[in-house]
Design a protein around this ligand. Structure first.
Ligand SMILES: NC(=O)c1ccc[n+]([C@@H]2O[C@H](COP(=O)([O-])OP(=O)(O)OC[C@H]3O[C@@H](n4cnc5c(N)ncnc54)[C@H](O)[C@@H]3O)[C@@H](O)[C@H]2O)c1
Length: 129
C-alpha cells in the first residue's frame, strides 16, 4: 500500500492491488483513502492467491483489461513465519516457498508474457530482497 501510494505521488495513473480476499476486505478503508487522495488515478483490486497459476494469470489479464497495460510490477506478497528449523515441517516450509518464491515467479512470468506479446511494452519488476 505504501509503495502504491509513493508511485501515485509520482504520477502513477493506474494501480491494481492484488491480494487474498480477507486482506482486501480489511484493507478497504486504506484503499478508499488512496482513491480519495488520488481522484484522477484509476485504482482497482483483484483477489489473487499467488500460489496458483490460474489465479495469477486471470489477475494479470484483468489488470490489462482494466488499466490498458502493465508498466511496473511490485512482487510484495509474502508471509513471514519463524519456526525452529529442527521442528519445522515440510508443509510449513512449502507454504513459505509457495507464497514468497513461487508467487513472485508466477506473477513475473505472466507479466513478462504480456510484455513479450506487446512489443511497445516495457515492465519494471521490483521484488523484495
Ligand atoms: N515491513 C517491513 O519492514 C519490510 C522490510 C523489508 C522488506 N519488506 C517486504 O515488503 C513486502 C511487503 O511487506 P509488508 O510489511 O507490507 O507485509 P504485509 O504482510 O503487509 O504484506 C504482504 C501481503 O501479502 C499478502 N499475501 C499473503 N499470502 C498471499 C497469497 N497467497 N496470495 C496473494 N497475496 C498474499 C498478504 O495478505 C499481505 O497483504 C514484503 O515482501 C516484505 O518482505 C517489508
Amino acid at each position: 500500500m505504501a509503495s502504491g501510494r509513493a508511485l501515485l505521488e509520482h504520477g502513477l495513473q493506474g494501480l491494481c492491488i492484488f491480494d487474498i480476499v480477507p486482506r482486501l476486505e480489511t484493507s478497504k478503508g486504506a484503499i478508499q483513502a488512496l482513491a480519495q487522495d488520488f481522484p484522477l488515478a484509476k485504482i482497482v483490486t483483484k483477489a489473487v492467491d499467488v500460489r496458483y497459476e490460474k489465479s495469477v494469470k486471470d489477475a494479470v489479464d484483468a489488470t490489462v483489461d482494466a488499466l490498458g497495460g502493465v508498466d511496473i510490477l511490485l512482487c510484495f506478497a509474502e508471509i513471514a513465519r519463524t519456526y525452529p528449523a529442527m521442528e519445522m515441517t515440510p508443509e510449513q516450509w512449502h507454504e513459505i516457498l509457495d507464497i514468497n518464491a513461487t508467487g513472485c515467479f508466477l506473477t513475473s512470468k505472466h507479466v513478462a508474457k504480456y510484455v513479450a506479446d506487446n512489443s511497445e511494452s516495457v515492465a519494471q519488476n521490483v521484488s523484495r530482497g
